[in-house]
Design a protein around this ligand. Structure first.
Ligand code: GTP
Ligand code: MG
Length: 194
């Protein structure tokens, strides 16, 4: 897939603002700071659409990016960042849950886990949730440029153990080296066809 056109279509802060659209979409979820916005920027060839920050909790809204006038890539706020006030965390969680549960146009989710940190309890909860609602998903192990080659060899097992599932589709990814970019784009195409 060639990315020819990228446009921020809508920024949503509350469930009732979620747009009704004719387009199919894929979404990106994961812990705060896991690299969702960086992955999006890498996918679209660094148009710098999504704000990247070393400070967790940067993305506070659900952002709909219209790609090639054809489908959406949806950047969701990261979960599990303790420094964000509880009330705000709850608001995000409600928004993410409502989004994942009720979105007919959602064809698949990319669940990002930090390959250095490994899956967290919150990642496992999100995975169980996607299973429960029958939403197709692919795990993306981010920041693999940080791994030594010995760690990289163990990556698949580490992710499988952390998420307690041996039948996962896992794509190693780095926004630094762009490893995995083509694989993710191919996977998006297939999800949108289904
Ligand atoms: P929230 O918006 O808070 O949910 O975070 P996010 O998941 O969008 O993370 P973001 O893309 O903003 O990246 C967080 C930090 O990780 C930034 O300092 C990035 O530069 C860094 N980072 C992201 N991807 C990579 C990667 O592939 N390799 C390395 N080494 N660092 C990365
Ligand atoms: Mg972000």
């Amino acid at each position: 897939m060639k990315i020819k056109k990228v446009k921020l279509y809508k920024t949503v802060y509350a469930p009732e603002e979620l747009p009704q659209t004719p387009y199919k979409e894929v979404a990106f979820v994961g812990r705060s700071n896991v690299g969702k916005s960086s992955l999006l920027n890498t996918l679209v060839n660094n148009y710098k659409i999504a704000k990247v920050s070393s400070e967790p909790g940067k993305t506070r809204s659900v952002n709909f990016y219209l790609i090639n006038d054809k489908f959406f890539m949806v950047d969701l706020p990261g979960y599990g960042f303790a420094k964000v006030p509880f009330k705000e965390q709850k608001r995000w969680r409600d928004l993410i849950e409502k989004y994942l549960k009720e979105r007919d146009t959602l064809k698949g989710v990319f669940l990002l886990v930090d390959s250095k940190v490994g899956p967290t309890e919150k990642d496992k909860q999100m995975k169980d949730w996607l299973d429960f609602f029958g939403i197709p998903y692919v795990v993306v192990a981010t920041k693999v440029d940080k791994l030594k080659s010995s760690e990289k060899q163990k990556l698949k097992r580490k992710v499988e153990e952390g998420l307690k599932d041996k039948n996962l589709e896992i794509i190693p990814f780095s926004s630094k080296t762009r490893e995995g970019r083509v694989e993710v784009l191919k996977r998006i195409e297939r999800l949108l066809e289904a």
